[in-house]
Design a protein around this ligand. Structure first.
Ligand code: ADP
Ligand code: MG
Length: 595
């Protein structure tokens, strides 16, 4: 059996087990499964937000609470239908998440998780202190759900609704991960510069992910309110948030299925503890909290990947979801190409650019131009300021003074992503790839700014034609650099030299006007260097303009049309390779330091 059919079989088994469970289980187990389903929704949001996106939230229960209280209030105080309560609850949860996210998601380091504790605490406190929400006694007599005249008042009928919603949430998340916005989400970890270099806004990506996780928690809150028919502040406080986080960690933050596995683990364990602890002590409540804390610590020590991580290791990935890319066919039409400027027109003009790092002047009043269709080399000894120059002209770093014009536009001070969208694609001296993503996904990331599908479209699979176009383009670029047959391997498994070449494919997937390459040949063998030279010459023929930093003089001299030489931050000489090679100042600069 191949991987795809094995995976389908596994899913079919799980779905059948869920569908049949209420027929054989008692009332208590069905209620427990209902709680697990609700916990799964919240934990799924956390797997996406924390596991995939790298932002930890200690306040997720607050979103469950906002939704539960919204629908409770609307249906009890105003007698509205729970289905209107659903729309109201999700809208309010989404808007709260948007507001909180805009206030906190720019915070770096430990400040973001700390802030989640702060708003988690304050929202739970709010529930207990507002008269309309019943203060600490909460709201009761919440109506049960019904579909037409069919009531979902008993646990068994609720069960099917809960698990239907869980199933849909998984389908949505699974679709999302294998899409344009999904790739951006998976790239969030490891800094925003890579995303900006492909024209994406990491903050916006993180904000929409935060809202999505809150909406999943909101769905859970709505179900909770109409299942229990009663809400009070306690189930939405920070302790509950930590329990949700524990679910995600116990199941495994690395994969979506960790959410359901973790919710089951934690809630079953909690039930067992509630049965056993009272036999041992009168302070069962406190002991339960301590036991959970100890479990959390043990998990972080011994099983970071959670139960799913462990399963994955012993099954060696045989039960993993296949790359959905395998199933997508060819697109009806390839992605549209940019019109390249006419050969010889000036596309980049650097004028008097200065960059100071404190007292160090890394780039000192450098000026040069680049015309369409040429390959310009930037050379100079180590520390001459070449990489800094690249960071300035791609707007990766702000310049201290000077002007840079790209395609008739003043780009100094523009956000890096906007410059990337104009058609300036780059690679990095210190490679920036996502090692846990496949080669294909890494390259597909490059096409981000040429495509549009957002999270909703992707989750509902309305993005498939565009996704085919993206993957087709990514494959084409991979073939071009000779890695087409390794598309599904992980980028982290490549040798460093090959990773640099992979970055070129990613840059090419952006359909650039100007390609800026920082030491692309470093770490390559002779034959690979020759292949790279051929590729760059071919790109020039196609009309792509290239600016390149390279240390291998033979390689550069045979490749470029023109050279700019930097030394100690200043421009030393500019000219055709033969003239530069003969220049005494250049020879002195290279002999004077170890290049
Ligand atoms: P090159 O790429 O030509 O080898 P760089 O542009 O990396 O040179 O560095 C030029 C100078 O600027 C070096 O002296 C380097 O130490 C310094 N430099 C580069 N980046 C920074 C930074 N972020 N902060 C402080 N100094 C820096
Ligand atoms: Mg450098």
């Amino acid at each position: 059996m191949n991987r795809i059919s094995r995976f389908r079989m596994l899913i079919a088994l799980v779905v059948a087990a869920i569908a049949l469970a209420p027929l054989v289980l008692g009332n208590f187990s069905v209620s427990l499964l209902n709680d697990i389903g609700i916990g799964t929704l919240v934990a799924l949001g956390l797997v996406l937000l924390t596991g995939v996106g790298g932002a930890t939230s200690f306040g997720q229960a607050a979103f469950v609470g906002i939704a539960a209280y919204s629908t409770a209030w609307l249906t009890t105080a105003h007698g509205m239908s729970p289905w209107i309560g659903l729309a109201f609850a999700l809208a309010l949860t989404g808007l709260s998440a948007l507001a909180i996210g805009m206030l906190t998601l720019r915070l770096g380091g430990h400040f973001l998780p700390l802030s989640t504790i702060a708003w988690g605490l304050s929202i739970a406190m709010l529930f207990g202190n507002v008269d309309a929400l019943g203060r600490h006694t909460g709201l009761s007599n919440i109506p049960p759900l019904s579909i037409g005249s069919f009531s979902l008042a008993d646990a068994r009928s609720m069960y099917y609704l809960i698990w239907l919603i869980v199933g849909l949430a998984f389908l949505f998340s699974y679709n999302l991960m294998a899409s344009r916005p999904g790739r951006a989400i998976r790239s969030l970890r490891g800094g925003s510069i890579l995303l900006a270099s492909v024209g994406a806004d990491a903050y916006k990506v993180r904000l929409s992910l935060f809202v999505l996780a809150a909406i999943l928690a909101g769905l859970a809150g709505w179900l909770y309110a109409h299942m229990n028919r009663f809400v009070s502040p306690a189930p939405f406080d920070v302790r509950a948030s930590i329990e949700y986080l524990l679910m995600a960690v116990a199941g495994g933050l690395g994969q979506l299925a960790g959410a359901v596995v973790g919710a089951a683990l934690v809630l079953v364990a909690k039930n067992a503890l509630q049965d056993v602890l009272p036999l041992l002590t009168q302070r069962a409540g406190q002991l339960e909290a301590i036991t959970f804390a100890a479990l959390f610590i043990l998990l972080l020590h011994f099983a970071r990947g959670g139960l799913m991580g462990f399963l994955r290791r012993i099954t060696k990935g045989r039960l993993q979801a296949p790359q959905s890319a395998d199933k997508l066919g060819e697109p009806a039409a390839p992605l549209a190409h940019r019109e390249l400027p006419r050969r010889g027109t000036q596309i980049l003009s650097v004028q008097g650019v200065v960059k100071r790092f404190g007292g160090l002047v890394a780039v000192n009043d450098v000026s040069f131009d680049v015309n369409a269709g040429e390959i310009v080399g930037l050379i100079g000894p180590n520390g001459a300021g070449k990489s800094t120059m690249f960071n300035l002209l791609t707007c990766t770093l702000p310049m201290s003074s000077g002007k840079v014009r790209f395609l008739e536009r003043d780009i100094a001070g523009m956000p890096q992503r906007d410059v990337a969208r104009l058609g300036l694609a780059r690679t990095f001296q210190h490679v920036k790839l996502r090692p846990h993503m496949s080669l294909l996904d890494n390259v597909a990331l490059g096409a981000h700014s040429r495509t549009r599908s957002g999270m909703l479209k992707a989750g509902l699979r309305l993005d498939r034609e565009e996704e085919r176009q993206i993957l087709h383009e990514a494959r084409r670029q991979l073939d071009r650099i000779g890695l087409g047959d390794r598309a599904d391997e992980l980028a982290g498994s490549l040798p460093l030299g090959t990773q640099r070449i992979l970055e070129i494919a990613r840059a090419l997937a952006a359909d650039p006007v100007l390609l800026v390459l920082d030491e692309p040949a470093a770490g390559l063998r002779r034959k690979e260097k020759m292949a790279l030279g051929d590729l760059l010459r071919k790109l020039r023929e196609e009309g792509v303009t290239i600016l390149i930093v390279e240390h291998d003089m033979d390689f550069v001299m045979r490749l470029v049309d023109r050279l700019v030489v930097m030394n100690f931050g200043s421009k030393l000489v500019e000219g055709v390779p033969a003239a530069v090679r003969a220049d005494e100042r250049v020879q002195a600069a290279y002999l004077g330091s170890v290049a």
